[in-house]
Design a protein around this ligand. Structure first.
Ligand SMILES: [Zn+2]
Length: 156
């Protein structure tokens, strides 16, 4: 199990949501060109986790003084077995709820990234590449779904 961090804990943002992570959270949004547009790498979270049973970006609460990109990479490493060498970091998009924010760190795979060969941890049931144009039919994590309109233009 990951070590407990000083920033672990629930907080309520200015929008009235409950969020895990006192210093905010970050996730890694991997994207790559596909024949019919752009594909994104999503992870299916186990049922017992917060918003379990939905697809979203690998990610989680930031540790004290941790940069968003470092936190996103750490979480993607824990959840999907990704390493820093597997990705080329891109822009960051901050979804600020007031008192809590989620930073999506965009990244491209540095090579062929086969979702079926990722080393998933117990928090992850599956991982896969999804065409951006097909996400309307996928049960998405509500936070990720809400940020898609902002994120989509950054992926092209
Ligand atoms: Zn919120």
């Amino acid at each position: 199990m990951p070590q407990r961090a000083a920033t672990d804990g629930w907080t309520t943002c200015a929008l009235g949501h409950r969020h895990w992570g006192l210093a905010g959270a970050a996730g890694l949004l991997l994207h790559r060109p596909a024949p019919d547009g752009v594909e994104v790498l999503l992870q299916l979270r186990v049922e017992w986790s917060h918003h379990g049973g939905t697809w979203g970006t690998p990610g989680g609460a930031l540790h004290p003084a941790e940069a968003a990109a470092d936190g996103a990479l750490r979480e993607a490493g824990e959840e999907l077995g990704l390493t820093r060498d597997d990705v080329i970091l891109g822009a960051e998009s901050i979804d600020d709820h007031g008192g809590w924010s989620y930073t999506t760190v965009l990244a491209a795979p540095s090579g062929l990234l086969d979702a079926g060969e990722l080393a998933l941890n117990p928090e992850s049931i599956a991982a896969g590449w999804f065409p951006l144009s097909a996400l309307a039919d996928v049960p998405l994590h509500p936070g990720f779904a809400a940020s898609l309109l902002t994120l989509a233009p950054l992926l092209t």
